[in-house]
Design a protein around this ligand. Sequence first.
Ligand code: ZN
Length: 340
Amino acid sequence: MNKIETTISGSLPKPNWIASTGKLWSPWKLSADALELGKLSATQSAVQDQLKAGLSIITDGEQSRQHFVTTFIENLSGVNFKKRKIVRIRDRYDASVPTVVGPVSRKKPVFIKFAKFLRNLSSKPIKFSLPGPMTMVDTLYDNFYKSREKLAWRFAEVLNEEAKELEKAGVDYIQFDEPAFNVFFDEVRDWGIETLERAAKNLRSKTVVHICYGYGIKANNDWKKTLGSEWRQYEKIFPLLNKSKIDQISLECMNSKVPLDLLSLLKNKKILAGVIDVATNKVETPKKIFELIKKITHFVKPKQLSCCTNCGMITLPPKIAQRKMESMVQGAKLAERYLF
Ligand code: ZN
């Protein structure tokens, strides 16, 4: 029988002994060797939780990173974390960010240790996430390249080095997170897709791009309130993504205002449809998920569909996140029986 694969699109809640549970970007409560061991132990329980829920593609639940962009950048040379500037992020909110002060390069592998650890914990396919070049550029103050495009090309090369090593470590799916893609449409067209493809160049692993409207931050929620009853921003980027070399597109569908008919603009791609709302503690019933999948298949061939969460689940209580994963698996099974 054909299968609708299930996975999470990003983070899982962190255990309270390593960082405050339920908070975005919460500081580590451990340091040095204890922190490194703690990250492995947290990864191990995140994997157990996903296996228990029955997901088909397993991730590290982002247990080894404090922030989906800056944790990667911390490991690069050329960026000074002590020199901080307030910049406008995603054209939406101000944040204190590190400064690019010289040529950017990857001093050492960033997540490879965790990818190898993850590989040993499960015989199921595994997925690992990296930030996308445009989102990285948009989370920094650049005082060296003085060009968002030039900096993005440099980040793309550095990301590709890391991605190739992730592949060597046995990672089956490499995901790039590009929430900046639904804000800077001209840049997506001019260099966003190309730099993303550079980051994914010559990989045998399947490549994924996760786009979304942003969750867990008040400024994002306020912005979304101004977008009206239909969010059509993706209409501008889907035709470009459809022509790109990236294999799969991950986006939010459950309770989102993205019109599902826009998915028909991605005919060449596998769709990782978000069927779990990460902005509410209410657990979706398998039936509700099944109904959504049925609607999605008006625009996506069942064979080209997988299920995931709308975005990361770090802000949810752990028990709720677990029940949401279990519901997703059950909902996907109902859909399998109906569709195949
Ligand atoms: Zn997201």
